[in-house]
Design a protein around this ligand. Structure first.
Ligand SMILES: Nc1nc2c(c(=O)[nH]1)N[C@H]1C(S)=C(S)[C@@H](COP(=O)(O)O)O[C@H]1N2
Ligand SMILES: [Mo]
Length: 166
């Protein structure tokens, strides 16, 4: 009883944030590692995600054309915002690294202003490494045609393996 009131008091005073829910360690194969300014690590000082953990985050569907696909494609996967929240990201930009050693810098504000997703599926099928999976940074190009520029295309990293919060 006393403990319960203490918890309520602590929450109402802002001493305990609901965002501070611990990130459970992964059980399956790790497909994404988030490192750098991470407030909620689950393996050492990094946040590791398996497929199930990524599927448990807020999902979003983006139907859009891209320079890499024929016709409109329905992409789905966790919102970039949801990943940043889950790891307690505390930086302004992200270095996004791919399996093929490609890397690009994305401002955190992109994930706040746009529904950018880390697509895990295209037209209901899992993205495999051979078709630019397991994670592909997808901007909502059709909703915001202004995003179709070289700068944002460079941020459209496929085969994402690691995000470093800077
Ligand atoms: N993993 C990965 N993502 C990547 C790239 C890459 O080489 N590897 N090239 C980037 C660049 S520089 C651009 S302009 C776009 C388009 O690349 P493309 O012209 O090779 O299709 O994808 C981006 N995403
Ligand atoms: Mo490019």
């Amino acid at each position: 009883m006393i403990l319960r009131y203490f918890v309520l008091l602590a929450v109402s005073l802002g001493l305990v944030s609901f965002h501070a829910i611990a990130l459970e360690p992964p059980e399956g194969t790790v497909i994404l590692v988030v490192s750098g300014k991470v407030g909620q690590p689950n393996v050492g000082d990094e946040a590791h995600f398996d497929k199930e953990m990524l599927e448990a985050l807020v999902q979003h569907e983006t139907i859009t054309h891209t320079p890499w696909h024929d016709g409109a494609v329905s992409f789905s996967g966790p919102l970039g915002r949801a990943i940043l929240e889950a790891v307690g990201a505390g930086g302004e930009s992200m270095r996004v690294l791919a399996l093929n050693d490609y890397a690009s810098t994305i401002p955190v504000s992109d994930f706040e202003h746009y529904d950018v997703i880390l697509a895990m599926q295209a037209n209901g099928k899992a993205l495999r490494v051979r078709n630019q999976g397991p994670l592909f940074v997808i901007y909502p190009f059709d909703d915001h045609p202004g995003l179709l520029n070289e700068e944002v295309l460079m941020r459209s990293v496929w085969q994402v393996a690691r995000i470093v919060i800077e």
